[in-house]
Design a protein around this ligand. Structure first.
Ligand SMILES: *[C@@H]1O[C@H](CO)[C@@H](O)[C@H](O)[C@H]1NC(C)=O
Ligand SMILES: *[C@@H]1O[C@H](CO)[C@@H](O)[C@H](O)[C@H]1NC(C)=O
Ligand SMILES: *[C@@H]1O[C@H](CO)[C@@H](O)[C@H](O)[C@H]1NC(C)=O
Ligand SMILES: *[C@@H]1O[C@H](CO)[C@@H](O)[C@H](O)[C@H]1NC(C)=O
Ligand SMILES: *[C@@H]1O[C@H](CO)[C@@H](O)[C@H](O)[C@H]1NC(C)=O
Ligand SMILES: *[C@@H]1O[C@H](CO)[C@@H](O)[C@H](O)[C@H]1NC(C)=O
Length: 348
């Protein structure tokens, strides 16, 4: 008798163990900051030193996570989907939406008052484990407000913790450039607000802006960027300009070659508007070849496109005759008046 019970119990435990690896979740969870800023884990038994468990099939689940004023939340997801219907989604306080199929623990950062994380699992096995930690915005020293005039400013975007405001007479334009265009994640920790400090409205982060491949324009005369965690050795940069000079530039492309390659080719297409190649390093840049439309021009600036930074302008016949064209400097811009263009550079 007792043997039968033990056997039954063993069988039940075995069955539970096999099923127990599939997690069940629900919609509409509300998660508040834990006492002592303790991390929140899902499933509660999971932690980063384990592989993510399977999620029960055919589920839609969501977590709304509150973030107190003056704090940010960091979300680390380990998850993989295996079918067309399954996905992970985050929505931040400004309504920015990110959908993904595979999460490899590259952190997301969210300011107050909240963010939402949702998962949909379809017919095939999805794995999911995630962690949320809350922390106060770091105290930084020498928080600055920089007035941006005719010269652009170039900053390290992610390798240190900072809180900086940039202001101009009209508006500010920012361009985040990842050092590795295939790896933008470090830019997620740099949060962008309207105004001069954390009291302004949260708008976006440098990762979302880099993904648009467009300049981000402040609604007002200043913009505030806070990088809450450093990514050591990251060489991501932030190129800040006075929007008065960049209004009519439709497309910006960074001059960023594979490491060690001194030859770099860039393609542009501004349509009927201007486009520009921008450089964030101090070096000599030599245009060795250029293709542009017959009626188009190339203008070179040692900074933002304005009279103070102007170096030279060439029409399509002059530019061919002038090759190779050498420019020394930091933050150079090569502006094409319109249409498709292709430039080849030699960098030293
Ligand atoms: C899960 O449990 C049910 C009922 O106990 C069983 O029929 C099913 O085979 C189990 N699934 C797995 C994957 O073990
Ligand atoms: C896994 O992490 C938990 C919580 O951080 C810790 O208590 C546990 O000792 C760790 N286990 C291993 C095998 O590292
Ligand atoms: C589930 O996975 C199988 C094998 O990888 C694949 O053929 C099938 O299309 C997937 N189902 C869905 C709904 O994506
Ligand atoms: C940016 O970071 C690099 C690498 O850490 C460093 O060498 C450089 O001095 C920094 N630049 C500025 C302007 O702080
Ligand atoms: C280096 O530049 C040359 C010429 O543009 C190009 O063909 C080659 O693919 C580049 N190599 C790398 C590693 O990017
Ligand atoms: C470029 O300018 C030169 C004068 O400097 C002129 O002779 C030539 O026709 C122009 N070419 C084009 C395509 O406008």
């Amino acid at each position: 008798m007792s043997k039968t019970i033990i056997l039954l119990a063993t069988l039940l435990v075995a069955a539970f163990a096999a099923n127990g690896t599939s997690t069940i979740c629900k919609q509409g969870n509300i998660v508040n900051m834990q006492l002592n800023s303790k991390p929140y884990y899902f499933p509660s038994s999971w932690s980063e030193n384990q592989t993510a468990p399977h999620l029960e099939k055919h589920q839609s689940c969501s977590w709304t996570v509150t973030v107190p004023k003056g704090y940010y939340a960091k979300l680390v997801i380990d998850g993989k989907t295996q079918d067309v219907d399954s996905r992970f989604e985050t929505i931040d306080a400004a309504g920015n939406f990110i959908q993904s199929k595979h999460e490899k623990r590259e952190p997301y950062y969210f300011p107050s008052p909240k963010f939402t994380f949702a998962v949909t699992s379809g017919a095939n096995l999805t794995t999911l484990g995630f962690k949320i930690v809350w922390a106060p915005f770091p105290k930084t020293f020498g928080d600055s407000i920089s007035g941006i005039g005719h010269m652009p400013r170039i900053y390290n975007a992610t390798n240190y913790v900072y809180k900086s405001a940039y202001s101009a007479s009209t508006q500010i334009s920012i361009l985040p450039f990842p050092a590795d265009p295939k790896n933008l994640y470090a830019l997620r920790s740099a949060l962008v607000f309207d105004g001069y400090d954390l009291t302004g409205s949260y708008m976006s982060n440098l990762y979302l802006i880099a993904k648009t491949r467009k300049q981000f324009i402040s609604p007002g005369s200043s913009i505030f960027v806070a990088n809450v965690e450093p990514t050591l050795n990251s060489l991501d940069t932030l190129y800040v300009q006075n929007y008065a000079y960049t209004k009519d530039i439709h497309q910006y492309v960074e001059l960023n070659c594979a490491a060690g390659n001194v030859t770099c080719s860039v393609a542009l297409n501004g349509g009927s508007q201007k486009s520009a190649v921008v450089s964030v390093e101090l070096r000599t840049e030599i245009i060795t070849n250029i293709e542009l439309e017959d009626t188009a021009t190339l203008s070179i600036y040692g900074g933002s496109p304005n009279d103070m930074c102007f170096i030279a302008t060439y029409n399509s016949t002059e530019v061919k005759a002038a090759l190779p064209i050498s420019t020394m400097g930091w933050g150079n811009q090569y502006v094409i008046s319109h249409g498709k263009a292709a430039l080849t550079f030699n960098l030293h």
